[in-house]
Design a protein around this ligand. Structure first.
Ligand SMILES: NC(=O)C1=CN([C@@H]2O[C@H](COP(=O)(O)OP(=O)(O)OC[C@H]3O[C@@H](n4cnc5c(N)ncnc54)[C@H](OP(=O)(O)O)[C@@H]3O)[C@@H](O)[C@H]2O)C=CC1
Ligand SMILES: N[C@@H](C[C@H]1CC(C(=O)O)=NO1)C(=O)O
Length: 327
């Protein structure tokens, strides 16, 4: 069957990850990257990748089967998601958890009106971790669910810090509490507050003339990102950030600890160990682009979440092949 034609909207860590992920999927082809910057200043990582300006999106509606939105959740996607869902089938990784219901509604109306399919908030959290939380709670209704991340680089939090006035560059690490993890693993099913589970650590390069105290306060009080955590902010020079904080490893796990009807303790765990958070997330987005292409052809339009996607739709294998693998 014809290849799935992919577009990339926004060319940062995630956009570069999708560029390489599409190349590893033989049923897909990359139409190009669309950036808000001057395309002449943006060098693609793969030879042959075409780079267009944002305005070129208009006119590509019939060239792109699925547009993968790689903008930042803090301030790009709230604007780009609804705008682009009116014109393309889209996939995004919107991860400002507290605002997902509002974002779903904002994307659903334009997508539905245009007969398009918009899969929001996929990746790993939200995304694969969300799916495993639902599996755990549905299968073990009597129990507790715990999610831990890191130690690693949160791209959403790093993007959010980069948007703070006075910040020239930044990286945010998430560190899980070893004590909290030990308690959960001991099976005591503790009640833990957000603050008890993780701390956050930022490395920030100040912009010329910026006030460090003002920047630090903007970060640590930021709603939906930092205000519920203990957060450390370290100011470093640009060369130190580039030397010591260029990697983007991450990972974590979801645990469901519960009791079945006969009183037996059951523990379900799903974990990730990521050498590159953006490349992994991009691989998830790309697999979901295959599902969105199929869902739209089947008339499943409007905003969708990972809970609405049958797992088989992610696979390049036919339903018959998948059935054969079940045996
Ligand atoms: N659900 C999940 O599990 C996950 C979700 N995410 C989400 O992905 C989002 C994007 O992450 P990430 O790709 O790391 O963000 P980046 O900061 O790398 O990119 C965000 C946007 O910034 C612009 N940009 C990138 N590089 C530059 C540059 N050098 N100069 C100017 N502008 C630039 C790009 O837009 P343009 O090309 O138009 O200029 C890009 O789309 C995060 O905000 C997070 O919310 C990430 C990981 C996991
Ligand atoms: N959305 C996260 C993916 C995971 C990582 C995370 C965190 O460290 O707070 N929360 O969810 C990201 O942008 O990296």
């Amino acid at each position: 069957s014809a290849q799935i034609r992919i577009g990339i909207a926004g060319y940062g860590n995630l956009g570069r990850g999708v560029e390489s992920a599409v190349a590893t999927n033989p049923d897909m082809t990359l139409v190009g990257v669309f950036t808000r910057r001057d395309p002449a200043t943006v060098t693609p990582q793969l030879p042959g990748t075409r780079v267009f300006g944002w305005d070129a999106l208009a006119g590509h509606e019939d060239e792109v089967d699925v547009l993968i939105l790689c903008g930042g959740s803090k301030s790009d996607l709230p604007e780009q998601g609804p705008e682009l869902a009116a014109r393309f089938n889209t996939v995004d990784s919107f991860d400002t958890h507290a605002r997902i219901p509002e974002y779903h509604a904002a994307v659903d109306a334009p997508a539905r009106a245009a007969g398009r399919t918009a899969l929001i908030s996929t990746g790993w959290d939200p995304g694969l971790f969300s799916i495993n939380r639902v599996y755990g709670e549905a299968i073990l209704p009597v129990g507790e669910t715990y999610t831990f991340w890191g130690r690693g680089v949160s791209q959403g939090h790093s993007d959010a810090v980069r948007r703070v006035p006075g910040v020239a560059a930044a990286v945010q690490y998430t560190l899980p509490s070893a004590d909290a993890i030990a308690e959960v693993r001991s099976g005591t099913r503790p009640t833990l507050t957000t603050r008890q589970k993780h701390v956050r650590e930022c490395f920030v390069v100040l912009a010329e003339g910026a006030d460090a105290d003002v920047v630090r306060k903007s970060i640590v009080t930021m709603p939906d990102y930092f205000d519920e955590y203990d957060t450390a902010v370290h100011f470093v020079d640009a060369d130190v950030l580039a030397r010591d904080h260029a990697g983007m490893p991450h990972g974590g796990f979801v645990i469901r600890s519960g009791d079945t009807g006969g009183g037996n303790r059951q523990v379900v765990e799903y974990s990730l160990n990521l050498g590159s958070n953006p490349e992994f997330t991009a691989s998830v987005l790309t697999a979901y682009a295959r599902a969105v292409h199929r869902m739209n052809a089947a008339g499943q339009i409007g905003a969708q979440t990972v809970y609405d996607v049958a797992p088989g739709l992610l696979s390049p294998k036919s339903a018959a092949q998948l059935r054969a693998e079940l045996l």
